[in-house]
Write a protein that binds this ligand. Structure first.
Ligand code: EPU
Length: 343
């Protein structure tokens, strides 16, 4: 176990906010995690971090930041894989693809770690982590016991799970069991994935494709659109894509028509419920590339806020968030919700 006090954690959050925590503990076994949870001398609150890729530290953290250093992966046979919480998500995707297992390839190149994937239900290109999860292994902070929670109890939804609500602070994820497919199961129908696969490999025939081919295509797409967190601090999509009703979608279309903003992209979710890309709404409010202090709206994908100067402060990011929300609400009557967690 590694433990330190008053630690600079600017390298542990992909937004690269210059903040510190009162205490940082990195554990290497479930037994160590149990000992940490029962150690009354550790400063509270406790906050478990993964890759730090979906959060914004708004100030120095007064308690203890925990990080899992367990990085084992096990092939359980028949497409089942167990990965410990500290495995880098993209290493998991690469490992599955190299074994010819289908399911995680569309989720390639998402920053973060396996433990957080089960909390956040990360998703991309028509696949979500929750679709692949069989169960989540955790320590129950209340009883100190190990528990295995079936996916069906986790209530996975768009970028959401019970770990973000009533289970917050109660369960600490130690590992995840995934159920992947040993049979070809490509998902090519989201956005430009099919076109990109065809262009790269000359075919979209599932019998001729491998998970690695799709993984490489998705990685290329992401690299072209999203900033490399090692070069430009960000936390990926800052806002969720909003769901609106039919009347609101009609209103957005009317405004788009009056102001020549082009077609409004929308995806039917259920009756009278449509997803409208937040990137489109933010873009049409003229935010692309705009900057407040050191924080800016990424010029290739306005859903992403970046630490442009390298020394942006949390307050600058928060001001940018508020101004974007206010202008999207004012222009289109849509309330954006942030996806990034404020700590
Ligand atoms: N758009 C614009 N202007 C732009 C860019 C995009 O108007 O400059 C519009 C276009 O209409 C485009 C639409 O926004 O078709 C959607 O953009 P895109 O498909 O690039 O991404 P998204 O739907 O906004 C979501 C996820 C991403 C994920 C991609 C692919 C959320 C909040 N974000 O973005 O997830 O990679 O789909 O599946 O759901 C993340 O969570 O950090 C993340 C990057």
């Amino acid at each position: 176990m590694n433990k330190g006090f008053d630690i600079d954690i600017s390298g542990m959050n992909t937004f690269r906010m210059k903040v510190s925590c009162r205490c940082l503990v990195e554990y290497e076994s479930v037994e160590e995690l149990k000992a940490i949870l029962s150690d009354v001398n550790l400063p509270r609150p406790l906050f478990h971090i993964g890759g730090g890729s979906n959060l914004l530290f708004t100030k120095d953290f007064p308690g203890t930041v925990l990080h899992c250093a367990m990085k084992g992966m096990k092939d359980l046979g028949s497409g089942r894989v167990y990965a410990e919480a500290g495995v880098v998500w993209d290493d998991f995707c690469a490992w599955c693809a190299s074994k010819g297992l289908w399911g995680a390839e569309n989720l390639s190149y998402i920053p973060g770690e396996v433990g957080a994937s089960a909390v956040q239900n990360i998703g991309a290109y028509g696949r979500e982590a929750g679709d692949l999860i069989e169960s989540v292994s955790c320590i129950d902070a209340v009883t100190g016991r190990e528990v295995i929670i079936p996916a069906v109890e986790c209530e996975y939804a768009y970028r959401d799970s019970r770990f973000k609500h009533d289970w917050k602070g109660r369960y600490f994820v130690t590992g995840v069991t995934f159920r992947l497919s040993t049979e070809p199961d490509p998902e090519l129908d989201y956005g430009h994935v099919r076109e990109a696969v065809k262009e790269k490999y000359g075919t979209d025939d599932p019998a001729l494709l491998t998970p690695s081919m799709i993984r490489d295509t998705v990685t290329d797409i992401r690299k072209g659109k999203l900033p490399e967190v090692s070069e430009l601090g960000s936390a990926g999509s800052f806002f969720r894509n909003p769901y609106v009703d039919g009347a609101t979608l009609d209103k957005i279309r009317r405004i788009a028509n009056e102001e020549n903003l082009g077609n409004v992209p929308s995806f039917g979710i259920r009756e009278d419920c449509f997803k409208v890309p937040a990137a489109w709404l933010i873009d049409r409010c003229g935010w692309k590339g705009r900057q407040i202090g050191g924080a800016a709206v990424y010029d290739k994908q306005p859903l992403v806020l970046v630490n442009k100067s390298g020394s942006a402060t949390p307050d600058e990011v928060i001001t940018l968030e508020k101004e974007i929300k206010a202008s999207v609400l004012d222009k289109f009557g849509v309330t954006l919700e942030k996806e990034v967690e404020y700590v």
